[in-house]
Ligand binder design. Sequence first.
Ligand code: ADP
Ligand code: MG
Length: 433
Amino acid sequence: MWKLTIKSEDDLSHKLKWLIFFRILFASLMLGSAVVVQVGESPFPLTKSLIVLYGVIVGIFLLSVYYALIFRYKKLNLLFPYIQIGIDTFIVTVIIFITGSFTSVFSFLYLVVIIYSSMIIFRKGSMVMAMLCSIQYGILVDLEYYGVINPFFIKGSSNIGDYAWNIVLFKVVITMSACFAVAFLSGLLSEQVRRTEKELSVMEDRVKRVEKMAYMGEMAAGITHEIKNPLASLAGSIQILRKEIPYDPEHDKLMQIVLRETDRLNTLVSNFLLFAKPPVGKIEKIELENALKETLNLFEKNQATSNRVSITIDLFPNIWVEMDPVHLRQVMWNLLLNAAEAIEGEGLIKVKTYLAKPNYACVEVSDNGMGMTTNLIQSIFDPFFTTKPSGTGLGLSIVHSILESYNTWLDVVTKVGEGTKFTWKLNRIDTTT
Ligand code: ADP
Ligand code: MG
């Protein structure tokens, strides 16, 4: 999740930079066309509306410089795009005012602002902007209708007084509805894009993880075999020696150390092999409640932690999945062990199963232990990554590669000091068939 927020912040500033660029482009175009229109006329006219227009253009340039400075020297905050686009709606209102107000052809600019607001601040933002546009347009036309303000007239255009009140109302209502309709539709689209992007990014993370594991796995599998064979002959030789040579307590102690250490190495290497190449399981139909209870019982009995860590279970009855029971035990064992190890002093582990749409069975193991920092989460699936003095760092890599063989993965939610929740899911099967 944290990664997404960073990404979307990057994304936001990227879009805002483009917006600033386009705003400058727009102002330049406006400047260019105003000059072109004027050049043809002589004497060089400088009407009130032109003065205001040049004012607006200069205003846009100054604002752009100001925005760019904020960009450079300040941290982005969420209000910044709202303020920028809000000011844009006001600029549009001014442009409409000086180009004939009610009769101006530029009211479509509101829609442009609303569309890009939906790309930058999404559905909520575009609705807010539609509201702002409607209010400003309504006020503008109202003030004009009641003669409070007098728009600048462009030669040859008509005046609001030429229209009946119902026509005026009609146009205002149409403009407002258009604002909201566009906000709604483009908001809908941009929400969809945003959701797809999010999903993509989650998938991307997963694929990266899998690629890394696959690569390490290949390497590991090769090395592991090379280590296991010499280890076996080493242990065998010592055992023979031990029988052959006359008993000497000093020598015997040394040989026992050799045997113990080769044993340890062997377990480590086997574990690593398990991660690198999990054996193809014997897939069976298993009922989660029973299978999990069995593992939990075993875990509670075996653990030295059972007097300080209590386990609560909340298992949905009668969920069937297809999995090798040995795999299930390995996955759960590693998760439970980690959960217990994350708890200092007394604590609580919760194991829960539940159904999820469309037909998933989800298994959740949570603890109220120390939790993890966002940096740590990145590495926990790497083989040999451990934060524990006597950890092997293989637990989660094994879990990951086992789950990978079932086409599923672990989700992690964690908070430092509050605890960690690991969830994984499998397809549920229907046992009635
Ligand atoms: P190990 O348990 O041998 O350290 P794992 O692969 O099982 O290796 O776990 C890797 C690391 O992930 C752990 O060292 C720990 O820092 C972190 N971790 C795993 N599970 C939890 C948990 N439930 N709470 C906090 N940290 C965890
Ligand atoms: Mg572990």
